[in-house]
Design a protein around this ligand. Structure first.
Ligand SMILES: Cc1cc2nc3c(=O)[nH]c(=O)nc-3n(C[C@H](O)[C@H](O)[C@H](O)COP(=O)(O)O)c2cc1C
Ligand code: SF4
Length: 418
């Protein structure tokens, strides 16, 4: 492992082996109880596995929070001669590094989760779509896959169960949009990665038009633990309505940047204070949660506990779990402009509101950055953002204006005074 991200929490589930075992020695994973879940799962009925995951309340950790068991049922029920499982390890969201740590620090946890998932949904072929820049993740995964095959946990007739499944590592196309699941599927098919119009959704018609489950790395890393310890155990972790742990990444103006695994029962302020040793060089002015398209949280909002349900109520999201802390020396317009330039570059250009809108958002913010913005510019910016929230065909265009709208709500006078 060559990354230098610190693990800041100690009472961990998904991160417990990281830095403890050698990721390239499968025997060390097995000695820690690894592959016991797979042995148990292969004796279970496939539907029973899906029911266990549904009962656990596990939701996708890639940003959209969709219930994992419910998604699996679509593919389980689909009639097809071939089904696929794809792991989304594109991890293009700035400030997000959790999937890399899971892949490079404990790759067998992910592989075990994949084999159980594939068995449950009836897939015989799997892909891990890894962000192209993650060279170490790609190398580590390829070696780990070979070791799992050698030990009989992967490949033909896994543990003599009659079930066969193999995994290939696909290297990412180098664009943020390739993390969107249908763009990712197109990219694996060898096409330019652009979102598809939905429906049909991938669980019914995905890779090569076959039923396909796309899940995030962190989502699937939870699966072996849920199978071994049961859905009740998972439900008891954290808030009743948002069970399990979540990985959060602290960056920006924080004394101790790093990764934290915590149940969803503490506020973001507590995460920053307890694990990140507080804000650096000043007071917290705001934090952007969940990456560049994430919401801007004021200090007052950061003091609250944000379960998934509470996020829905207040129409915000913790997305991938990145927490970018900004102290009181930060200029909100400069922050928004950096974000807008990122999305102007990353918009794939397939639909007009996003292709044109991201340019216009950047242009108007640039006026404010040069001290030339007016009240009517701000009104136009808000109107444009509200149109973009509704009209683009994928989540990039719909969400990239979230921080701008939040800033207009909470920091309007500062934007106008810039
Ligand atoms: C522009 C865009 C980028 C995305 N990037 C990622 C990503 O890097 N990793 C990820 O897991 N999900 C990403 N997603 C969400 C995926 O489309 C999909 O919802 C997710 O992989 C499903 O997995 P989950 O149910 O386990 O969360 C992205 C979505 C959009 C709209
Ligand atoms: S919203 Fe943006 S990124 Fe998504 S399809 Fe349209 S142009 Fe492409």
């Amino acid at each position: 492992m060559k990354y230098n991200t610190k693990i800041l929490s100690t009472d961990n589930v998904l991160l417990k082996n990281i830095g403890v075992i050698d990721p390239l020695k499968i025997d060390e994973y097995v000695a820690k109880g690894g592959y016991e879940a797979l042995k148990k799962a292969l004796k279970m009925d496939r539907k029973e596995i899906i029911d266990t995951v549904s009962d656990s309340g596990l939701r996708g950790r890639g940003g959209a929070n969709f219930p994992t068991g419910r998604k699996w049922m679509f593919t389980y029920n689909a009639k097809a001669d071939q089904k696929y499982l794809i792991i989304n390890a594109d991890e293009g969201e700035p400030g997000t590094i959790k999937d890399r740590i899971l892949m490079e620090g404990d790759p067998q946890q992910l592989i075990e989760g994949m084999v159980i998932t594939a068995y449950a949904i009836g897939a015989s072929k799997g892909f891990i779509y890894v962000r192209g820049e993650y060279r170490d993740s790609i190398k580590t995964l390829r070696k780990a896959i070979a070791q799992a095959e050698e030990k009989g946990y992967l490949g033909n007739n896994i543990l003599k169960s009659g079930f066969s499944f193999d995994i290939s590592v696909a290297e990412g196309g180098g664009a943020y949009i390739c993390g969107e699941e249908t763009a990712l599927i197109d990219s694996i098919e060898g096409k330019r990665g652009e979102p598809r119009l939905k429906p049909p959704y991938p669980p019914v018609e995905g890779l090569f038009k076959k039923p396909t489950i796309v899940n995030n790395v962190e989502t699937i890393a939870n699966v072996p633990h849920i199978i071994t310890k049961g859905s009740e155990w998972f439900r008891k972790i954290g808030a009743a309505c948002s069970p399990g742990t979540k990985l959060f990444m602290l960056s920006g103006d924080v004394n101790e940047p790093g990764i934290v695994e915590t149940p969803l029962n503490i506020s973001f302020t507590e995460v920053i204070e307890k694990f990140g040793k507080g804000a650096k060089d000043g007071e917290i002015k705001f934090a952007q949660i969940g990456g560049s398209s994430g919401n801007i949280f004021t200090p007052e909002m950061l003091n609250k506990v944000w379960t998934y349900e509470r996020c829905c109520e207040f129409k915000v999201s913790y997305g991938t779990g990145s927490i970018f802390v900004c102290n009181d020396s930060r200029n909100i317009v400069e922050h928004l402009l950096t974000v807008a330039e990122f999305f102007e570059h990353e918009s794939c250009g397939k639909c007009t509101p996003c292709r044109e809108g991201t340019h216009r958002v950047r242009e108007i913010l640039e006026k404010f950055a040069f001290g030339e913005g007016t009240v009517s510019d701000l009104e136009l910016l808000k109107e444009l953002c509200l149109v973009m929230k509704k009209s683009p065909i994928c989540g990039l265009g719909q969400a990239c204006i979230n921080p701008v709208l939040d800033a207009i709500e909470h920091y309007k006078s500062e934007i106008l005074a810039n």
